[in-house]
Design a binder for this molecule. Structure first.
Ligand code: ZN
Length: 291
């Protein structure tokens, strides 16, 4: 791995206090990383009924930091400042639970399996408890869509289109982390898994690229699976069109690799994982950069 040395290496845009966009200053690659679930800035109008520790359990904590080297290799990194428990950019805007609302939604809702589990556009539950002890007004939810969800979609889409127009193809890496359950539905311990890559069964990314990322991680000693248990959600569904050279791949990282088992701190594994992710970023950018 060769670290670039020239300065400055990146510029940072803060978009309306909602998003951070870190751009490379030079040596651009057709790669955009995004972290929609690592935001920790809780808006004052959230008015959740749960204590902060319970809300914070839903964050993909430090994922933006794990991928922070992206601009050094020519890629852009976009990440949310707001928390996913407030509104989730990785959901369709109609994947919403009508029972959360004080008034009917003006369009026909399309609640999916995530809404059924309390994890729709507006999350209803955290750690098994209801987030709200009240109904949300239409104006409140519409305000979240306009001020948070839409800017996320529009900024990501514009970044991808800009790179695609410049290079003729673009690779979007949608970054997450998850806490595996101790036991699976069958009651047996869940088999050890470090990373799960999702391309919606090849619908959002060239399977050869997905396999390349899996092999790179396996080469670092990690256990990797593709599309099980996570196929990927709205952001790769909206943005991936491999037949047009627009590739979107979801990466899920097992939080046991880098977080303390209890609480929210980094574990001793954080530094090693961050170094390996920097290697992954470097290898991805090298592979897709035109020679
Ligand atoms: Zn996530």
């Amino acid at each position: 791995m060769t670290l670039p040395h020239s300065e400055p290496l990146q510029t940072t845009d803060n978009i309306d206090g909602v998003l951070i966009c870190r751009h490379p200053e030079q040596n651009r690659a057709p790669v955009v990383f995004d972290s929609p679930h690592s935001g920790q800035s809780y808006p004052s109008d959230f008015r959740a009924a749960l204590p902060m520790e319970m809300l914070r359990s839903t964050e993909d904590r430090f994922v933006d930091e794990l991928f922070s080297a992206a601009p050094l290799y020519g890629a852009t990194l976009l990440h949310a400042i707001f928390p996913r428990s407030y509104i989730d950019p990785n959901r369709h805007h109609l994947d919403l639970d009508a029972s959360l609302l004080a008034e009917p939604w003006p369009e026909e809702l399309q609640p999916g399996s995530k809404t059924a589990n309390g994890k729709g556009l507006i999350r209803s539950r955290a750690m098994g408890k209801s987030i709200y002890d009240r109904k949300l007004s239409l104006a409140e939810v519409e305000g979240r869509v306009e001020a948070y969800w839409k800017p996320y979609q529009e900024t990501l889409s514009a970044l991808l289109t800009r790179r695609w127009e410049e290079f003729g193809a673009v690779w979007h890496i949608n970054c997450h982390s998850w806490t595996p359950p101790d036991k699976g539905r069958d009651g047996n311990p869940v088999r050890h898994l470090d990373f799960c890559l999702g391309d919606r069964d090849g619908a959002t990314c060239d399977p050869e690229f997905t396999a390349f990322v899996a092999e790179t991680l396996e080469g670092m000693g990690y256990v990797v699976r593709i599309n099980r248990p996570f196929k990927g959600m709205e952001l790769i569904r909206r943005n991936g069109a491999p037949e047009r050279g627009r590739h979107s791949l979801q990466i899920e990282i097992n939080r046991h690799l880098y977080l303390e088992p209890e609480g929210f701190g980094k574990s001793g594994g954080f530094a090693q994982l961050k170094e390996n992710i920097e290697r992954l970023i470097s290898v991805i950018c090298d592979r897709v950069k035109p020679s």
